[in-house]
Design a protein around this ligand. Structure first.
Ligand code: HEM
Length: 508
């Protein structure tokens, strides 16, 4: 009996080893080489908690393009601006797919993959991207009274945030929870219209949601445990634990909120007044129905509208807040740069006025500090994974359809050849001799190509408005109680900075 158990164990190990050798040999014949993977776990653990940094280091040894294994799955890593653009710009349609990764399970709503970020490059995705992209630009590039209305809405929310920050009375505090609340409120309003927020979410639940998402970040990194051991996902998610019950309740609450809001929007819809992005999507559907374009209308069914709007909501929540949190960290650790931002604001806006979106082109130094923050923080350091929609010859190799491809934006933004003293916060690099802004083609925090970020124009609008208002109103300082300030990111697909405290003192 003992012998047979032993034999079975040996057989399992032997099969595992053969499978390992076969996978590695097969990958080596089709994909560029890279670090040798361990059996079963591949390179998962060697990539550390901040894979973008490890992969950037590995670039020195293996070149711009190499392969790493997450568990037993080979993934192509693309570093450096030229190779990233060769894939995502020159071959943009082919690289428009998303790989079949466990990671995307966290983006799904219960009935399966819908929406934008996790779905493949299909006609449905293109239509959803087009409708939402246009709707977002209608806000950020509106003219006349529509532009003024949107600016007023954003300013109103920022002013609430300023009051909340003032309540800390120049005592040390962590700015992130207040920022997340404010930005979430705004994205909610853009998606579902004014007054929708308080109807569904009280501030306490929102704080819970934000905290849950921040903890969650680590689990959805590139080398996450579920892509290493896919069976764990099914195992852990089925355990009736408290966390799972809470997660399920939260998902169900959000889903029923989205369903209710969709019904209310349909009932009150007026084609002449598009109130928000959900209205824009309903309008696209009604127009397709009027034109008897059933194919198009069916791509905008209720379920996929909910998926897309949920996607925008989640993508818009953390990204902007984390970028502002990074910005303030750079300001308190570089007081002489903060002073220059204040001087420029005093000169162009004035301490007793509100910055306006039309000031953006004049506040060049401030604009340069935002670009430098986007570069140095690279908050989506490995973008979202791509996958070729068909076999493709690129980088001197034939890359099979469906291969997971990670483009390392961190490597682009920390490349000494492109950015001398890349580790330092030097906004001047974005200004020429005359103080005019340099638009660098090497700054690509929103990625490039067919899957480039849909929210870029909104993110840039919000970043300018939040940062200019906060900087005009406050002077930010380090908290003496905080021993040191760590400029290393926190792990995650979207990486914030490590939690820190600052002091905000009104300048007026
Ligand atoms: C500083 C802020 C932001 C940064 C740095 C950022 C960056 C990115 C990046 C790198 C991607 C992946 C692109 C790719 O797959 O190659 C992405 C995708 C996406 N972003 Fe953003 N983003 C930001 C803000 C926003 C906001 C405010 C929204 C929503 C209103 C948004 C919505 C999306 C969506 C829906 C996708 C998926 C696009 C697709 O799969 O086709 N993002 N973003």
């Amino acid at each position: 009996m003992q012998l047979s158990v032993c034999n079975v164990a040996i057989a399992i190990v032997a099969i595992g080893l053969l499978n390992y050798i076969w996978t590695v040999v097969q990958a080596r014949t089709t994909l560029p080489s890279g670090p040798l993977p361990w059996p079963i776990v591949g390179n998962t653990f060697a990539l550390s908690k901040l894979p973008e940094l490890t992969l950037t280091e590995m670039r020195k040894r293996y070149g711009d393009v190499f392969t790493v294994f997450i568990g037993t799955r080979p993934c192509l890593i693309v570093n450096g601006v030229n190779k990233v653009k060769e894939a995502l710009l020159k071959n943009s349609v082919t690289f428009g797919g998303r790989p079949n990764l466990m990671l995307f399970k966290f983006f799904e709503i219960p009935n399966g993959p819908v929406g934008i970020s996790a779905t493949d490059y299909t006609p449905t995705l293109r239509l959803h991207r087009k409708v939402t992209h246009t709707a977002i630009r209608n806000y950020t590039q509106a003219s006349g009274s529509d532009a003024a209305k949107f600016e007023q809405l954003v300013r109103g929310e920022i002013n609430k945030l300023i009051k909340v920050i003032e309540k800390h009375e120049s005592k040390p505090f962590d700015v992130l929870p207040d920022l997340l609340n404010s930005v979430t409120f705004l994205i909610f309003t853009v998606c579902f219209g004014p007054d929708s927020f308080e109807k569904y979410i009280d501030r306490k639940s929102l704080e819970k949601l934000s905290a849950a998402l921040t903890v969650f970040d680590e689990y959805i990194s590139m080398n996450n445990i579920f892509d290493t051991f896919p069976f764990l996902y099914h195992l852990l998610m089925k355990i009736p634990s408290k966390t799972n019950r809470e997660l399920e309740a939260l998902t169900n609450d959000l889903l029923s909120m989205l369903e209710k809001e969709l019904e209310t929007h349909k009932e009150t819809y007026d084609p002449d007044t598009v109130r928000d992005i959900l209205d824009a999507m309903i309008k696209a559907k009604r127009e397709a129905e009027d034109e008897e374009r059933d194919d198009k209308a069916s791509m905008l069914d209720d379920y996929s509208l909910i998926g897309t709007i949920g996607d925008l909501f989640f993508a818009g929540m953390q990204t902007t807040s984390y970028t502002v949190q990074w910005y303030l960290l750079f300001m308190i650790t570089h007081p002489q740069i903060q002073k220059k931002v204040h001087d420029e604001l005093d000169q162009i806006v004035g301490r007793n006025n509100y910055p306006a979106i039309e000031n953006r082109s004049s506040l060049k130094f401030l604009d340069a500090t935002i670009s430098e923050t986007l570069r140095l923080s690279s908050i989506v350091p490995l973008s979202l994974p791509h996958a070729p929609l068909k076999d493709i010859e690129i980088f001197g190799q034939k890359i099979p359809k469906g291969t997971a491809v990670w483009v390392n934006l961190w490597s682009v933004h920390h490349d000494e050849a492109l950015w001398p003293n890349a580790k330092q916060f030097q906004p001047q690099r974005f200004l020429d001799k005359n103080g005019d802004l340099i638009k660098s083609p090497n700054l690509i925090p929103f990625s490039v190509g067919t899957r480039t970020c849909i929210g870029e124009s909104l993110a840039r609008y919000e970043l300018f408005m939040y940062i200019s208002h906060l900087m005009n109103h406050f002077e930010f300082k380090m908290a003496e109680s905080q021993e040191s300030y760590d400029l290393q990111p926190r792990p995650g697909l979207v990486h914030g900075c490590k939690s820190y405290k600052l002091i905000a003192t009104p300048r007026k």
